[in-house]
Design a protein around this ligand. Structure first.
Ligand SMILES: Nc1ncnc2c1ncn2[C@@H]1O[C@H](COP(=O)(O)OP(=O)(O)OP(=O)(O)O)[C@@H](O)[C@H]1O
Length: 347
């Protein structure tokens, strides 16, 4: 088997508790494992509610923050131990597209400057004509033309144009992986569809893989190949996107999916979780050693506090859920423990 494009091994990121170990400690990501194969190109979604560790994971992959423990390997090389040349290649091949593209532009420079800077820094062209051709090619990929946008200032572009420009900027470097952190959450529905479509084309026609960070399961359902659902820094469930979304197993993921609004007044909105409270001792145990979802789970058992559940196989194609309900494989042959399976497709 060939070396994976990206491999994350037991990645843990703890914020705080620095010098003298004082102050609040946050375990943003714990023992996270993921593999993105070299080929074919894929879109891997990282989903979860606010604070689940999605952006932390993106920042770790991009090298913006350092791991507390674990490893991130790119083409088999630990990104924390890369030499200058390997690091340069990594910075070129792994690009980022963020939620708010406005923050990336310098308001005093014309849009062209963003592209010129990349071409200069990575020595992509030997003369102006060559540079312009590269820029035009990149803009074409996102359905734009240089004359429309390059001479404008960032505030003269729409949010959707700014975001497409960012994708074009990333494309300029012919990356192998784009880390896209909520790339469509600030654009309206029609532009969202256009940007998602561009991502699919980059995957299929240009062999670019994506790490797609989102809290929006419906867009993940539209474009994602594999999905990882995080809950407070740990993987609750992972697998093929359609398989997971249509047949969720972890109580948290079932709750999330039942909460997706559907355009049918007869369909109840939101999943019911057990409203009973737990005491401080149980809360501490859940955070320290047990399942983080324990306080909100309506299927909780005493053992969930003793040890964090590992990932159990719950379906075909590497579908796994971190829940003791599935420790015994025969449990999968009976009906879903929370009752109803997802009966609707995400919009
Ligand atoms: N620089 C930091 N210092 C301290 N704590 C941090 C830092 N960055 C993130 N955290 C904490 O780590 C946890 C995970 O945050 P992260 O931003 O990765 O979550 P997220 O899933 O991306 O959330 P959102 O969807 O709101 O962006 C949160 O509890 C957050 O408060």
């Amino acid at each position: 088997m060939s070396t994976p494009l990206l491999e994350i091994r037991n990645a843990t990121k703890i914020y705080g508790g620095g010098f003298l170990k004082q102050g609040r400690v946050t375990v943003a990501l714990q023992d996270f494992n993921m593999t993105i194969e070299e080929s074919p190109a894929t879109i891997t979604t990282i989903a979860g509610e606010s604070g689940s560790g999605k952006t932390t994971l993106a920042n770790l992959v991009l090298g913006f923050v350092k791991l507390t423990s674990g490893q991130i390997l790119y083409r088999g090389v630990d990104i924390g131990a890369m030499n200058r040349q390997q690091l340069m290649a990594y910075r070129r091949e792994v690009q980022a597209v963020f939620q708010d593209p406005y923050a990336v532009y310098n308001p005093f420079y014309r849009v062209k400057h963003v592209f010129d800077l990349v071409i200069k820094n990575f020595k992509l062209a030997s003369n102006k004509r060559e540079a312009r051709e590269l820029i035009e090619e990149a803009l074409n990929v996102v359905g734009m033309r240089g004359e429309e946008v390059l001479e404008k200032y960032p505030h003269q572009l729409s949010g959707g144009q700014r975001q497409r420009m960012m994708v074009a900027r990333a494309y300029l470097l012919k990356p192998r992986l784009i880390v896209a952190d909520e790339p469509v959450s600030m654009v309206d529905a029609s532009l969202r569809a256009m940007i998602l479509d561009i991502m699919l084309r980059l995957r299929d026609e240009h062999g670019i893989s994506f790490l797609y960070i989102t809290h929006d399961l419906s867009t993940a359902y539209q474009i994602g190949d594999r999905i990882y659902l995080l809950y407070q820094g740990t993987i609750a469930e992972r697998g093929d996107t359609v398989q997971v979304i249509e047949n969720p197993k972890h109580p948290y993921v079932q709750l999330l999916i039942h909460s997706i609004p559907v355009p049918d007044p007869k369909v109840k909105w939101g999943g019911d979780m057990d409203a009973t409270t737990i005491d401080d001792e149980e809360m501490r145990a859940s955070v320290l050693s047990g399942c983080r979802f324990y306080p909100r789970c309506n299927q909780r058992m005493p053992r969930c506090l003793e040890k964090r559940p590992p990932l159990y196989e719950v379906g075909p194609g590497g579908h796994q859920a971190a829940c003791y309900l599935y420790e015994d494989p025969s449990s999968l042959e009976v009906a879903s423990p929370v009752g109803a399976q997802v009966s609707h497709k995400a919009p």
